[in-house]
Design a protein around this ligand. Structure first.
Ligand SMILES: Nc1ncnc2c1ncn2[C@@H]1O[C@H](COP(=O)(O)OP(=O)(O)OP(=O)(O)O)[C@@H](O)[C@H]1O
Ligand SMILES: [Mg+2]
Length: 383
């Protein structure tokens, strides 16, 4: 492929990727269905339960893929989502009905992550995606036109450029809509006919595209965005809403962070996190205490920062710390490697957050047994 103004040393790879729609082995972040192709194949082979039309796996196997387990042949399926089993079961079984699924929750509760893995397990393809923003147009949700063809041949099927929703309807696959409530209300409403009538009219051609069995839609929306573009009642009724909770316990959250950091670390060639678990525990403790406004022992009230301190931020702080330890330290994650990251995550408002952070450092971190190294490291970057 020769794209003017686009230089690449590996035209073959680009060509290959554009032909197959599949990424090679060297991409930074493979799609879930590629990253976990082995597990998905093993599950499909072991799965003897009934599969809804066009599903790659039975609902039971999809839930096992998401929650992890061991198959009869000994294959270990790693957990993707760590949280209540019931949440996953409701999400998966919703997709087997005619109702769409809305994953709702505060930032960093794995809404996007879960929707990607759901689509990968159910349809074998997580790439049919509409990203909701204030600028998302109706064409992005429905279809567009290839203007060169339109001018040359007039309106016709050949000139129609189907969007991800239309492609999923025609194929009987799962389509994902990210950040549904960030899209303008009239654009959201383009989904009403799709979800209730299972059809997408193309009035310009006097035609329609009807959804075939297997089609469904997973949307995500952020709790905090409520009010930006509230979901219309008409649209909300078309969804089953599943609220994703924050990790219930300290141990769950440490587990999530350790697993994701290990995965990310492998793809970035960072050292194994084995020796860093103590540091992960401390980062998670700090985040949970500040989020909940009280220390883990329930004795001291602390102020919460203005921004959210989600599990996703804890994952970034630890991954950043590992990179520091690998490239500028001795390869072992230490307090000094995570201190700057914690400060960056906590202090978003330079005045209010800085005062609250200072108070937490002096009253909690400083006084805690075995936390002197973290106290010193945080003081050093805070000053
Ligand atoms: N319960 C959980 N199980 C597994 N991974 C989790 C969990 N909670 C958070 N994560 C991890 O946190 C990261 C961020 O999650 P994700 O981006 O899906 O959050 P989100 O809910 O979509 O947030 P936002 O509202 O900001 O879009 C992912 O890497 C995910 O693996
Ligand atoms: Mg998200």
């Amino acid at each position: 492929m020769n794209v003017p103004g686009f230089h690449t040393d590996q035209p073959d790879q680009l060509d290959q990727a554009s032909r197959t729609g599949r990424s090679g082995g060297d991409v930074i972040r493979p799609h879930a269905e590629d990253a976990f192709a082995g597990e998905l194949a093993a599950l499909a082979a072991a799965d003897d339960r009934p599969r809804p039309e066009r599903w790659k796996l039975s609902p039971w196997a999809v839930a096992t893929y998401l929650l992890g387990g061991v198959l009869p042949d000994g294959t270990v399926v790693t957990p993707k989502y760590i949280g209540p089993r019931r949440v996953v079961e409701v999400a998966v079984s919703t997709l087997a009905t005619d109702r769409a699924l809305l994953l709702l929750g505060v930032p960093g509760t794995a809404k996007t992550w879960l929707s990607e893995h759901l689509a990968a397990a159910v349809s074998g393809d997580s790439t049919l995606l509409v990203q909701g923003t204030a600028g998302t147009t109706e064409e992005a949700v429905r279809y567009g036109w290839d203007y060169a063809r339109l001018l040359a041949h007039g309106p016709g099927r050949e000139a129609l450029v189907p969007g991800p929703v239309m492609r999923a309807m025609a194929r009987g696959a799962t389509v994902r809509v990210e950040e549904l409530t960030r899209m303008p209300a009239d654009v959201q409403d383009a989904l009403i006919t799709v979800l209730s009538e299972k059809t997408l009219p193309v009035p310009e051609l006097g035609e329609e595209v009807q959804a075939v069995r297997g089609f469904n839609l997973v949307a995500t929306a952020n709790d905090r965005d409520r009010g930006v573009n509230e979901l219309s009642g008409a649209l909300r009724r078309r969804f089953n809403t599943v609220v994703l909770p924050l990790p219930a316990t300290h141990a769950d959250e440490v587990d999530i962070v350790a697993r994701r950091v290990a995965q990310l670390g492998r793809s970035l060639d960072l050292p194994a996190v084995g020796d860093g678990t103590d540091e992960i525990r401390r980062v998670v403790t700090v985040f949970r205490e500040l989020r909940e406004g009280i220390t883990a022992d329930g004795r001291t009230r602390v102020k919460s920062p203005s921004g959210t301190l989600s599990t996703a931020e804890a994952i970034s702080v630890v991954t950043g710390g590992l990179a520091l330890a690998a490239h500028f330290g001795d390869g072992v994650l230490r307090a000094g490697d995570v201190a700057a990251g914690i400060l960056g995550a906590v202090v978003r408002d330079p005045v209010a957050d800085r005062a609250m952070w200072h108070e937490y450092l002096e009253t909690v971190v400083r006084e805690r047994d075995g936390w002197q190294d973290l106290y010193r490291a945080c003081r050093e970057v805070s000053s």
